[in-house]
Design a protein around this ligand. Sequence first.
Ligand code: NAD
Length: 281
Amino acid sequence: MSATLLDGKAVAAEVTEALRARAAALPRPPGLAVVLVGDDPASAVYVRNKTRTAEKVGLAHWQITLPAHTAESDLLAEVRRLADDPQVDGILVQFPVPGHIDRLRVIDSIPPEKDVDGLHALNAGYLATKRDGFVPCTPLGCMELLKRSGVATRGAEAVVIGRSDLVGRPIARLLEHADCTVTACHSRTRDLAAHVARADIVVAAVGIPRMVKGGWVKPGAVVLDVGINKGADGKLVGDVDFEAARERAGFITPVPGGVGPMTIAMLMANTVKSAERRLAR
Ligand code: NAD
């Protein structure tokens, strides 16, 4: 059996098309500001893709690029300026930031109502308590793809590999809210293979190329591969051994073209949601 591909690119195109109509219905375009500190090439690509999609959706968007030696206080002042700007509905600081900048201080400086990346402690708390806040974009994108697979989540065994605040932890919460029985695996987990073998839904968010072996996957399982790694040949590979896993899985996301485009679509969704909320006030 060969798995059905969960085509994130196609689903993301549908999502952004629907968002375009919502954005156009507002009295002013939703505004997204993306702040990039330094010249990390991967971050530059992510930011470029985000602004390109923002353009398609009809958002007002600003890219603020600061040099790598920017002082933390100057970055915080820039975030404050965006926080005070009424045209800006969403602020995203692209991580990682250079080592001399405290990531948590940056996250804390973003007003929760403009935190479209969903990293602020208040939004994490809203997610944990099942209230309506901003949820990180990659986990939201995973849930949308899971919905498209049509696989029932109620009572399903879900295994999440990775426990970052950006991906692993929030996706585990969302799966739990969708009535899955969730196992959160991480770098200290014993016998990862045994956990994966029980899973109806596997989410891999680790950052190690092809670490999830095809033979671990339960036949018919849904496999969501969040990992974006550069292979020896310079091509992108996920955290799952795709070729082997697709022989056993029921549904699987490719890398690239799976979770990645959905992450960007969900950033647009969070920005439109923020604008709708702020304009309704
Ligand atoms: P991270 O480094 O913050 O977290 C990695 C997690 O993996 C940690 O919680 C750690 O406990 C776990 N881990 C490490 N080694 C492990 C092992 N041997 N076994 C089990 N767990 C282990 O990374 P992140 O920000 O969560 O990102 C994970 C991956 O997803 C990266 O490849 C990143 O590039 C990618 N990513 C993709 C998107 C997207 O849009 N597709 C978005 C964000 C991140």
